[in-house]
Design a protein around this ligand. Structure first.
Ligand SMILES: *Cc1c(COP(=O)(O)O)cnc(C)c1O
Length: 389
């Protein structure tokens, strides 16, 4: 289907084409000097000591939990209102994700009070997700972690460039994880980054990313040794020079693209103000700067989301849902039992949240078109009434 207004769109031009051509002409495709340059630039941008490029954001999350020593019998507290990879990465380590509820319809981030209620003697870590690029309330979460000797992982897949009290998201906890999937604010098609300030964790991340080996193919190509040792279990979570070349250009443009996203989000808020049944969460966070990865709205209970999504589709507008809660998925119910009702605020958001189109190139007219379509359709679509599904 060719959307008139898609949910997201990449922001790339000739600079990316040139960067990729340079890599092809260099005749070196696997992880090497361009990746090192991307890592250095990314670390500098965040103000992090170490950054390691990996194959995707899920690999970043797996490595983060693994290097923190999380394993069988351990519990990691995470939100359920996130992409399934957040929790899957805990399962990869043999540990159990324990889901904590969100703050509410105005703040879809996991709430520190809900995290506190889930801490047991088995808890080893808290893995937060900065939903939509809106930073979590990190201070009370860091306090909890300190008091209970827990590690903090940040799933910052949405939050590249977002800040909490002036500090970049991804550098606040012990390990930060980023995704450069095709629809993320910084896109390389597939890709990710693991960041930390801890030298020991950094060394473990470096080795785990490439089979637990002590040298890379690139090192040997440069004549730095003929062999290698394997010092730990590792994976092939490397990235490629093509992805890293895209990443360098995308990173240079990130601040400008995030500023455009911010402007569009502000326009949405203004135009949707007073539209009955539509609430825009995350209003008025003072010490936080969002990266505006997505623009979520929460519909009132009497408005059919399916009906509204269908009406917008008829106007060529693509919408989405962030997220179907993880604890309700068939696989997770199989593992942990049917826990429907255990996270009421998450489940409400799972049923009533709708995500509107947002991308740096979106025009004012396009934002207005979406808002006019919503305001026109919403009054006629009542749950159980016309258009309900
Ligand atoms: C995209 C995303 C991931 C996974 O990243 P991939 O690069 O697709 O593996 C993890 N967590 C969240 C919240 C995401 O949005």
């Amino acid at each position: 289907m060719a959307w008139k207004i898609p949910l997201s769109d990449i922001a790339m031009d000739g600079e990316e084409v040139d960067a990729v051509r340079d890599v092809l002409q260099s005749r070196w495709l696997s992880m090497g000097p361009v990746t090192e340059e991307f890592e250095a630039a990314f670390a500098r941008y965040l103000g992090a000591e170490h950054a390691f490029a990996v194959s995707n954001g899920t690999a970043a999350l797996h490595i983060a939990h693994a290097v923190l020593g999380i394993g069988s019998g351990d519990e990691v507290i995470t939100p359920s209102l996130t992409f399934v990879a957040t929790a899957n990465s805990v399962l990869y380590c043999g540990a159990r994700p324990v889901f904590a509820d969100i703050a509410g319809p105005d703040d879809l981030n996991v709430a520190w009070e809900e995290i506190a209620a889930k801490i047991t003697p088995e808890t080893r870590a808290i893995t937060v997700v900065h939903y939509g690029g809106y930073p979590c309330d990190m201070q009370p979460i860091l306090d909890l972690a300190r008091d209970h000797d827990l590690r903090v992982v940040e799933d910052a897949a949405h939050a590249v460039g977002a800040t909490y009290r002036g500090q970049k998201c991804g550098t606040i906890g012990d390990v930060g994880c980023f995704s450069f999937f095709a629809n993320k604010n910084l896109a390389t098609g597939e890709g990710g980054m693991v960041v930390t300030d801890d030298d020991d964790l950094a060394e473990r991340i470096r080795v785990m990313r490439s089979h637990g080996m002590t040298t890379l193919t690139w090192d040997r190509h440069r004549g730095h040794g003929y062999s290698y040792d394997v010092t730990a279990i590792g994976y092939n979570y490397r990235t490629s020079e093509v992805a890293s070349a895209l990443g360098i250009v995308q990173l240079r443009r990130l601040a400008e693209n995030n500023a455009r996203r911010k402007r569009i989000a502000g326009r949405y808020r203004k135009l949707l103000e007073g539209v009955e049944g539509i609430e825009c969460p995350f209003a008025g966070a003072v010490d936080k700067e969002s990266s505006h990865h997505i623009f979520p709205v929460v519909l009132s209970q009497d408005l059919s989301r399916a009906g509204l999504q269908e009406a917008l589709k008829e106007k060529g507008i693509q919408t989405s849902i962030h997220y179907p809660p993880i604890h309700l998925f068939t696989y997770y119910r199989g593992l942990f039992g049917d826990t429907r009702g255990s996270l009421p605020k998450t489940e409400f958001a799972g049923e009533h949240e709708m995500t509107l189109p947002l991308y740096p190139g979106m025009t004012d007219d396009e934002v207005e078109y979406v808002c006019t379509a919503i305001a026109g359709a919403a009054p006629g679509i009542l749950a159980g009434g016309r258009g309900a599904a």
